[in-house]
Design a protein around this ligand. Structure first.
Ligand SMILES: *Cc1c(COP(=O)(O)O)cnc(C)c1O
Length: 388
């Protein structure tokens, strides 16, 4: 696929038209493909001749989605999966062997934490949690068997920023695979592969779909690593459905436009809430008060669509606030055109102890808002009336 500006690739990076000369890409709901001859069939099975064989391996719709994402993220290759968690799991299961060790930033998505602590140990793979923003301390967690560093930036929901260039230096120096979950930022805001990561994952369920319709995920990265991921996925079967790929490839056409508005709305809301007497602190990477404001500016194009703030009065105040919300949705999802409010301490992160929550920057009064695409005045008004 030709490299052009992000917006153009996302719109024009379409697979070839069929004999019907359609303008919009058709949906290829087919589990398998036919061959013109025994020789062609043998060649395509062997991979000597290019062409689709079976949709668990590849399908025109998933290929289009993958190829657009490769161009947007600066990846050599990728594999599209049925969900974001399938992508995270495959990025580890395909590349790690029994006995290997992972260094992981403590502030990870909940199910990623479960993979590390409950599933990988069954296969003899161990991990150590580190403070993502103290890269100079990661060295202490290195073992001769360390093979991968796993992180998310900005972190969920405390929005701590990990220096991707420094993390890449650390991994290069110690010959480790840097694996970054880039779901919060999307390729519009930040490109970890270009900053030195080896492999990245996305939950396409979030901003890439952006309208709360389908699940999806993708693993992207350097050819030699993705070859192993493709082998693993082809034979274990987590492939994205062609229908979801068709939806998600269409969604990419408006991703840049949507992200700009998500970020503009989030930034405006963060600035507005800074002066509210009932709020102790507003957290947003592009606010000058953010402890890593300059780092955020250096690796992110915009501040993102998520803001955090602490209502004064702890857990009760947090819950009260949510009960007073009128327009915004109460949901654990994020990256939707509808604004969503959550109280992490009593929902997504309730299984952690208060001390564990504090270690990743989640106070009892923290509210996370996934700022949507409604008019900013309506979003602001709903939040201000709930604070009152
Ligand atoms: C939602 C999410 C995932 C998991 O994605 P699913 O599509 O729900 O499986 C992984 N990482 C992050 C950061 C997420 O927000």
């Amino acid at each position: 696929m030709k490299k052009s500006n992000q917006e153009t690739t996302a719109i024009r990076g379409q697979i070839e038209r069929t004999q019907y000369r359609e303008h919009s890409v058709p949906l290829f709901l087919t589990s398998s493909f036919t061959f013109g001859s025994a020789e062609e069939m043998a060649g395509m099975f062997a991979g000597d001749i290019e062409g689709d064989v079976y949709s668990r391996y590849a399908n025109p719709n998933t290929e289009e989605f993958i190829q657009k994402m490769c161009v947007l993220e600066g990846a050599d290759a990728g594999f599209a999966t049925a969900s974001g968690m399938a992508a995270v799991w495959c990025s580890m299961a395909a590349l790690l062997d029994s006995g290997d060790h992972i260094i992981a930033s403590r502030a990870l998505f909940g199910s990623t934490h479960q993979i590390l602590s409950q599933l990988l140990p069954r296969f003899g793979i161990t991990f150590t949690y580190v403070d993502g923003i103290q890269i100079e301390q990661w060295q202490e967690s290195l073992t001769p068997k360390t093979k991968m560093v796993l992180l998310e930036t900005p972190s969920n929901p405390a929005l701590q920023i990990i220096d991707l260039r420094l993390a890449a230096d650390f991994c290069r120096n110690h010959r480790l695979i840097l694996n970054v979950d880039n779901c919060f930022s999307t390729p519009v805001i930040q490109n970890p592969l270009i900053l030195g990561a080896d492999i990245i994952t996305h939950s396409a369920t979030k901003y890439i779909d952006g309208q709360g319709r389908v699940l999806g995920g993708i693993v992207l990265g350097k050819q030699e690593l993705i070859d192993k991921v493709i082998f693993f996925c082809r034979h274990t079967g987590p492939a994205m459905s062609p229908f979801n790929a068709w939806i998600l490839s269409k969604s990419l056409e408006t991703l840049a436009l949507r992200m700009e508005r998500h970020c503009q709305n989030a930034h405006t809301l963060a600035l507005r809430l800074q002066n509210e007497s009932k709020i102790a602190e507003v957290i947003y990477p592009f606010l000058e008060s953010h402890p890593q404001y300059e780092l955020a500016q250096s690796q992110m194009k915009y501040g993102g669509g998520i803001i955090g703030f602490q209502v004064k009065g702890g857990t009760d105040a947090g819950r009260n606030f949510l009960n007073k919300i009128k327009m915004c949705s109460l949901s654990a999802n994020l990256g939707d055109s509808r604004t969503i409010a959550t109280h992490p301490a009593s929902t997504t992160h309730s299984k952690l102890s208060t001390a564990e929550r504090e270690a990743v920057g989640i106070s009892d009064g923290l509210i996370r808002i996934s700022v949507g695409l409604e008019h900013i005045d309506d979003i602001t008004q709903d939040i201000l009336q709930a604070l009152d």
